[in-house]
Design a protein around this ligand. Sequence first.
Ligand SMILES: *Cc1c(COP(=O)(O)O)cnc(C)c1O
Length: 432
Amino acid sequence: MGHALLHSINDFNEAKQVIAGGVNSPVRAFKSVGGIPPFIYKGQGCLLHDVDGNVYVDFVQSWGPLLFGHADAEIEERVIQTLQRGFSFGAPTELETTLAKKLVLSYEGLEKVRLVSSGTEATMSAIRLARAFSGKDDILKFEGCYHGHSDSLLVGAGSGCATFGVPSSLGVPQDFSHHTLVARYNDIESVKACFRQGNIGCVIIEPIAGNMGLVPAKLEFLQELHTLCQQHHAVLIFDEVMSGFRVAANGSQHYHHLVPDLVTFGKVIGGGLPLACFGGRSEIMDLLAPAGGVYQAGTLSGNPVAVAAGIVALEKIQRDPNLYDRLQVLAQRFCAGLEQAGEAHGFSVQTCVRGSMFGFFFSTQEVQNFEQAKQSDTGLYAAFHQKMLQKGVYLAPSAFESGFICTPMDPDILDQCLQKARESFEEIRHGV
Ligand SMILES: *Cc1c(COP(=O)(O)O)cnc(C)c1O
């Protein structure tokens, strides 16, 4: 069985001539797993086809948006119909209200939304709004959570915990990072230390972290965080760009029933097209221009084609009350199989499932924060990734990402992938 990537290699070299690093988002370059990225020709259902004619079972699903797999027929049909009436108006449409109503009805405490085009825009805008509402400049985030690439959020923990953050990218002014404090995930003492240190007006967290691998927040930790925010008059933002409509129709609220002040969505709500939103209590949202004094805008915000795709995705979700249970059973089957396949060859695998999201670490300990995630065996992950790719299974090209089940997957296809996993572990163990 060959796995040639000749065309992809050419394409990658050509791309590098005119696109910085050859890719339009860094993780796509496969740097942390090695090898070169297959260039994709098309996707259909749970399968990806590359330009070399290789076919892969896709567990990345465009990093989460494609709950119904690639080129879902219903979404495609509505997108085409909508597109035929014009691509973009820069003026209000009824579609936007239809989508907003669906969002507001699905999440407790979400009274008003504003639609944007990316998760980065959603979190960046939510933070500006939170600062305006609280009247305080300092914000708190958690190590290992990702909220897009705006300056205030590209900040990591310095040495030692509960300290002002340090830029995690060149080009982020030190002065900005001084307004971002960084606490340890699932560690309430580190949060308290941050509250003592800064004048925090906003806390942003992935209540189910999917960007350090899959690491859910503990119930008690989130409850205490919620209480601390209320005590300190800090706006609590749940970043559900990944978990929203992925773990359940009401996102992380399915697990804890906590109501944040603001929430962000993205990925699934656009059905695969560029769409995201932030929203929350009217009292806060009404501070946005034109009603209030917080500026936020977007030429393509609420784009009719993207909104139409999102509406169909949410309709399909609403219409199928067992959707997440079914996907979760599949995710659990896959994770149990991975654990067994690893253990049969002497590799410890820690797995985690939340609805249609799953994660696995090559580690002997349960992972509760980013420090522990980094202690997992990323070298083994890279080797496993390469083997699986060669055998037609497309896993995230980084150990610190989540995997996604989509509706076109079934037990048979997962079992075929697990067979590839067994072969991969066997080959790795024997150094083949
Ligand atoms: C993907 C993601 C973002 C960023 O969204 P983009 O659309 O890539 O800008 C923000 N927060 C979380 C939790 C995400 O998973």
